[in-house]
Design a protein around this ligand. Structure first.
Ligand code: BT5
Length: 343
């Protein structure tokens, strides 16, 4: 383990004496001092006290701040602004990095699936994990599902109950609610704006809080690199987002601890998909958090629309849909939740 991470781990347990840590790690005192200075320069304000080095009360939303308290063996590369964390993580993964999370405060060229635009102003959790998993390429969809589970748990950790719409949307609220009806009557502009968002969200299965973009390269029998990118609208003004989208801050009416959300997301992802032998945990965890199962859906696939009742998700992430023509397995596509009367 590198000195900087060992220092962060030691600080999590209380004050750290430089000389004692240098003995424990078998590195020079100068190396410890340098690690302290580097962490301070990255925004993690370590204090020097009579008892030794002490972690700051607020570790901050920065690289070491996110690594502090992280159980997963990931390093975090933090930027104030990037075009796309997926692009940076892809560069790192191609160069051989495994377990580096790229995090940025804002993205200027964020991407969704099929090169759609992803709006990512300052205040969100925009992160991509560069990995080189030992897995066949056919298992790649499981990483997307694991990231969706991890994102729901991150939302729950900061106080908002969210759910998953197959395959990669994390939503809040439901298209079975109809809050728009009341809000428009009293003519309140703020409520009307929220009502419009809700109206637009109906059919999408709720208001979209987060999306996931997985990109990979590999042969059939082996992934060479895989990047899982998550965009979570945390402390973002909902007015800056597209219709039908929302943020944690808008839903909770207060700003959330982005550091906590990012740490939970990375730790949960690692618990589910950090090693291939754990991956049989992904589908049960996904089913528990999904709102798509049991719903009438329409999935637009490359071969045309499939309409029916979503009954299960099967390895490595296919949606099983009961249709009048029989059971269909859908591997990719945009999924719409239908009202029971829709055809
Ligand atoms: C997704 O695509 O939902 C995947 C989004 C992944 C974004 C992350 S951020 C970190 C990493 N770096 C990147 O460059 N990307 C990843 P898709 O299902 O195609 O949804 C895209 C659609 O969602 C757009 O066409 C808009 O309608 C809508 N959209 C755009 N920005 C949004 C936002 N911030 N919140 C909710 N919806 C948004």
């Amino acid at each position: 383990m590198d000195t900087r991470r060992a220092l962060l781990d030691a600080l999590a347990d209380g004050p750290v004496s430089g000389p004692a840590l240098s003995d424990d790690l078998g590195v020079s005192r100068t190396a410890i001092w340098k690690a302290v200075e580097e962490l301070r320069e990255s925004g993690f304000a370590i204090e020097s006290t009579a008892a030794g080095y002490v972690a700051p009360d607020d570790p901050g939303y920065c690289g070491p701040g996110i690594e502090f308290g992280l159980d997963a063996p990931y390093t975090v590369e933090y930027h104030d602004s990037l075009s796309s964390t997926n692009n940076r993580a892809r560069e790192l993964a191609i160069d051989g990095s495994d377990g580096v999370a790229v995090v940025t405060d804002e993205q200027t060229g964020g991407r969704g699936r099929l090169n759609r635009e992803w709006i990512a102003p300052s205040g969100g959790v925009w992160l991509s994990l560069a990995t080189r998993p030992v897995a066949p390429a056919s298992r790649a969809p499981l990483f997307t599902l694991a990231a969706a589970v991890a994102t729901v748990d991150a939302c729950r950790a900061v106080g908002l109950d969210a759910h998953i719409k197959w395959p990669n949307d994390v939503l809040v609220g439901s298209d079975r609610e109809d809050p728009a009806a009341d809000a428009t009557v009293d003519g309140d502009a703020e409520n009307a704006e929220a009502a419009n968002r809700d109206a637009d969200a109906r059919g999408r299965g709720g208001r979209k809080l987060a999306g996931i973009l997985t990109e990979m390269e590999g042969e059939a029998d082996r992934v060479s690199w895989l990047v899982v990118g998550v965009g979570l609208n945390a402390n973002v003004d909902a007015a800056a987002l597209p219709p039908g989208a929302t943020s944690l801050a808008a839903e909770l009416d207060t700003t959330v601890d982005r550091r906590r959300a990012a740490v939970t997301l990375l730790d949960r992802f690692h618990a589910l998909a950090g090693t291939t032998d754990r991956m049989d945990r992904v589908l049960p965890a996904w089913r528990e958090r999904a709102s798509t199962l049991g719903r009438r859906v329409r999935v637009d696939t490359a071969d045309g629309p499939v309409v029916g009742t979503a009954v299960d998700v099967e390895p490595p992430g296919a949606l099983v849909i009961d249709t009048p023509e029989g059971s269909r397995r859908v591997h990719a596509g945009d999924c719409e939740h239908l009202r029971s009367t829709d055809t």
